[in-house]
Design a protein around this ligand. Structure first.
Ligand SMILES: Nc1ncnc2c1ncn2[C@@H]1O[C@H](COP(=O)(O)OP(=O)(O)OP(=O)(O)O)[C@@H](O)[C@H]1O
Ligand SMILES: Nc1nc2c(ncn2[C@@H]2O[C@H](COP(=O)(O)O)[C@@H](O)[C@H]2O)c(=O)[nH]1
Length: 192
């Protein structure tokens, strides 16, 4: 059986990764979402095991020590990481998986999975990005400024990705990513 494909969706905080990913998973129900672990506090409406596995710092450090994470990164004061077993098992079962993670983590995944497909989601502008983070109402002004500074650094690393998709409209961004997934399945692999 062929292994599944690993897709990584990155992009600055507030660009709409979560929103677009949710729409994509509705259109492509065979695509599996990798739920991350984090030390961040849950936001209103977030559920443990669905949005994230919410962990204490001690629990997260133990996951690192026990090599349970495929990658992890510290981002604006909290840790985030991808549980390894679930990703490896899903790919072995021949199913596609999508990781929605920030850039440092994505680059670590690329070292381990050079055949992964790396997609960078871009905002129409930095002003729009700030409006989206602010409009979500989940972060204070200090954290928003920090996330915006990190966003500029992240966009500078976009050349490490395979595809850039602008999230101007949710449906359009979703269709573009769906096209990438379909195209990757039609790729002719060079002879070994
Ligand atoms: N194309 C779009 N047009 C307008 N608003 C959008 C669009 N996409 C997402 N949004 C809004 O922008 C805000 C941020 O979206 P979302 O939480 O999905 O971003 P994110 O990239 O997952 O953020 P984070 O990395 O911080 O988790 C949300 O309020 C969402 O409704
Ligand atoms: N390196 C990783 N980054 C991750 C992971 N899960 C989520 N993220 C990214 O963190 C920021 C902040 O997320 P938020 O939910 O606090 O807004 C965002 O860019 C996420 O994509 C992960 O497992 N590893």
């Amino acid at each position: 059986m062929n292994k599944g494909l690993l897709f990584v969706l990155s992009g600055p905080s507030g660009v709409g990764k979560g929103t677009v990913c949710k729409a994509l998973l509705k259109k492509m129900p065979d695509l599996i979402y990798s739920v991350s672990a984090t030390t961040r506090q849950p936001r209103i409406g977030e559920t443990d095991g669905v949005n994230y596995f919410f962990k204490s710092r001690e629990q997260f450090m133990q996951m690192i020590e026990e090599d349970q994470l495929l990658e992890y990164a510290e981002y604006v004061g909290n840790y985030y990481g991808t549980p390894r077993d679930f990703v490896e098992r899903t790919l072995e079962e021949g199913r596609d998986i999508i990781l929605e993670i920030e850039v440092q983590g994505a680059l670590k995944v690329k070292e381990k999975f050079p055949d992964g497909i790396f997609i960078f989601l871009l905002p129409p502008s930095l002003d729009e990005l700030k409006d989206r983070i602010r409009g979500r109402g989940t972060e204070n002004d200090h954290v928003i400024d920090h996330r915006m500074n990190v966003a500029v650094e992240e966009i500078a690393l976009m050349a490490n990705y395979d595809y850039a998709v602008v999230n101007d409209e949710i449906d359009l961004a979703c269709e573009r990513i769906e096209s990438i997934v379909i195209a990757e399945h039609c790729k002719i692999e060079p002879n070994e």
